[in-house]
Design a protein. Structure first.
Length: 80
């Protein structure tokens, strides 16, 4: 990644971001949380491990992933 942007695997607890999650996650600790980084990148963490590693995505990568989710590209991964 570019200078000033955290690397993948950095401790999510070390990032000064406001973490958000989908309202559907409720308060049971099974949440994927997102945090906006300076410069437009996005950090992703698991709420069960708030100090664990964060994945860092560029704005373009995050937008492409969100579009794929909305279009159903990953629906087959959620079928029982």
């Amino acid at each position: 990644m570019s200078a000033g942007i955290p690397e993948n695997g950095v401790s999510a607890g070390s990032l000064a971001v406001a973490w958000v999650k989908a309202p559907q996650s409720r308060e049971v600790g099974n949440c994927v949380e997102l945090g906006a980084l300076p410069g437009g990148s996005l950090a992703v963490r698991n709420s069960r491990d708030p100090l664990g590693p964060a994945l860092i995505f560029t704005r373009h990568e995050a937008q492409a992933f969100a579009a794929g989710m909305k279009d159903g590209a990953f629906d087959h991964l959620f079928l029982d």
